[in-house]
Each structure stands twice: as C-alpha cells, then as structure tokens.
Design a protein around this ligand. Structure first.
Ligand SMILES: O=C(O)CCC(=O)C(=O)O
Ligand SMILES: [Fe+2]
Length: 321
C-alpha cells in the first residue's frame, strides 16, 4: 500500500527505481500535440453513414487510434465519471487499503506501476484501479465514494454501447456480417482507472511503457491533462486532450479477427510535473475461453489467415494486464 506513487510522490526527487533505461526515456524533447490522430464526429453517422464508415475505417487502418466527439455519452456522465475517479484516488489511504494487492492474477485490485511490481526491472509512475464491469460483480466494487458504483456502472454501459457502435461501423466497412462482434467477442468488460501524480522528473520516467492493448477495442476518457502518445511511422505523436472527446484504440484481438486489416498501435504515457492526470479505459474483449481467429469472410486463398486460432486466455497469459 505504501508503494502507491500517490502515497509518497511529494517526498522530492525521482527514486532510482523509477528511472527508465536511456533508450525508453521520454527525454527532454517535447512531442508536438497537434491534432495528430483523427477526430471523428460520430453525430454525422445518422446523416451520412458511409462517410462515417470511411473515416472510422481509415483512422483504424492508418493510426489504430482516433478520438470521437458527439459520440452519445453525455457530458454530465463524462464529468461525473472523472470526478468520482479523482475523488477515489484522493481518498485517504485507509479507505483504499482493502483493495490494494500486488498479486497480478487478481482481477479486482488497486495496485501501482505495471502488471507485476515484484518482478519488474524498474517501476512506472502510475497507480491503478482495475475491475470487471458486470452486474453480478458490482458488490465487489469500491463502496467509496458513495456514487462510485452508480456512476461507473452507467459509464461502462454507455462506453460499451459506443464500442459496439464503432465495431458495427467497422463491420460494414470491412464487409463482415452485421453484429459480428456482439455477444461472445465483446462479452467481457474491464475497467482500468489510471492515476499519474505530478512527477519530479518527467524526462526520466514513464507512466506506462510502450504497449498494445490485448483486447478487442478500448474506449478511453483521458480528462484534461496531456500524457498519451502513439507510435506512428517510427515517431511518437501526442494525443491532444479535447473537451468531451473519447479516445478509441484498436486492440490486438481486433487486429487478429480482421486478419491484420486493422492496426493495433503501440502507445505509452508520459508524466508531467504540474498536475495529476486521471484517465479511465473500458477494455472490451471476449471471455477468456472464447476462440479468437481471423474472421472466415476476411480470408481467402489470396489472403490466408495470418494467425492461428487460440483461446483468449492463452494469449493473455503472454500479455496479462
Ligand atoms: O492513461 C492513458 O492515457 C492510457 C492508458 C493505457 O494505455 C492503458 O491503460 O492501457
Ligand atoms: Fe493502453
């Protein structure tokens, strides 16, 4: 518990164990954070669906990442979600103690750094709250702040709806049958709330190392502070925080089902010395026992499957988050 960055980060210098090897440090170079990943107005889908499909498909094929506005999740719900998570991370340590665990196999937990604090070579400037999002498990969610369960439940329902809407646009764009991603492939929902306190030396450490998300699709609310960077054509590009936007990210599962037609792109999080940054992602995936494989209608003699079938569980054991 005392390992949570938020419990000691005001103590002064960056500890040695948080310094990344030189080749992965963000350094002092500032990354331009212009609108480098596409911003798609989903409100246009009801007027010109084909155009929206072209935009969504183009963005996922070229960047693997895009932001959406007019996405149907209300401004009030986005604000409430961010507020309740900021409040959660600000609560006194004794209110969070029972949730803390360093066991990487626990699916409900408050932890720090990356997947396995005990075995990682160096640490990351992040505290995390993670739990599944199904009606049956709400009673295992944090009880404080008192609005946590209501607000996070609504957020997970709305973010899943949005995820399915985007997946449906991708189905149409790729030529997959309607509803291909519904049910089995998108049944599991994992909430990951990240908290990156202000850092004494952002050039030497990272909030999260370079990675691809293992799931199907991620819907991320990043709040007002900058920190997310996407690796494109050998360079890092910044994801500009935009009011009321959500960031959408193709995971490895979707890359496999699309037989490589959609990209899953590496990304990382840098810290800053001024403000705490709180973000929350809804990770949509299949259940662990589902078989993941390229969709039959996207393969042919000319385009053979690039991946063998495997259970998601098998994949996660290499990639567990
Ligand atoms: O906090 C962010 O901006 C991104 C977090 C992320 O990439 C993740 O949780 O997988
Ligand atoms: Fe990620």
């Amino acid at each position: 518990m005392e390992r949570l960055v938020s419990s000691w980060c005001n103590d002064g210098a960056l500890p040695q164990s948080y310094i990344c090897p030189p080749e992965t440090r963000p350094g002092k170079l500032t990354i331009p954070r212009g609108d480098t990943i596409p911003v798609i107005n989903l409100g246009e889908a009801s007027i010109n669906r084909n155009n929206t499909i072209i935009n969504v498909l183009g963005a996922t094929q070229e960047f693997g990442f895009f932001q959406v506005v007019n996405h149907g999740v209300s401004e009030k719900l986005l604000n409430d979600t961010m507020k309740v998570l900021v409040e959660f991370f600000e609560m006194p340590m004794e209110d969070k103690e029972s949730l803390y665990s360093e066991d990487p196999n626990k699916v409900y937990r408050l932890y720090t750094s990356n997947i396995n604090y005990g075995t990682e070579k160096y640490h990351f400037w992040r505290d995390v709250l993670k739990h599944p999002c199904h009606q049956a498990c709400i009673e295992l969610w944090p009880q404080k702040p008192t609005r946590y369960r209501d607000v996070i439940w609504s957020f997970s329902v709305e973010a899943k709806k949005l995820g399915l809407m985007i997946l449906e646009l991708l189905c149409e764009g790729l030529g997959l049958e309607s509803g291909y991603f519904e049910d089995d492939l998108s049944e599991a929902l994992l909430l990951v709330a990240n908290h990156y306190p202000p850092c004494p030396d952002p050039s030497m450490t990272l909030g999260l190392p370079k990675h691809c998300d293992p799931n199907l699709i991620t819907i991320l609310l990043q709040g007002g502070a900058y920190g997310l960077q996407v690796f494109k054509d050998g360079q890092w590009i910044g994801v500009q925080p935009l009011p009321n936007a959500l960031v959408v990210n193709v995971g490895l599962q979707l890359r496999i089902v699309s037989n490589g037609k959609l990209k899953s792109v590496e990304h990382r999080v840098v810290t800053n010395s001024k403000v705490a940054r709180t973000t929350v992602g809804l990770f949509i995936s299949s259940c662990e026992d589902s078989v993941i494989q390229p969709a039959k209608s996207l393969t042919s003699a000319a385009e053979p499957p690039l991946y063998r079938p495997f259970r998601y569980k098998e994949f996660l054991s290499y990639h567990s988050r």
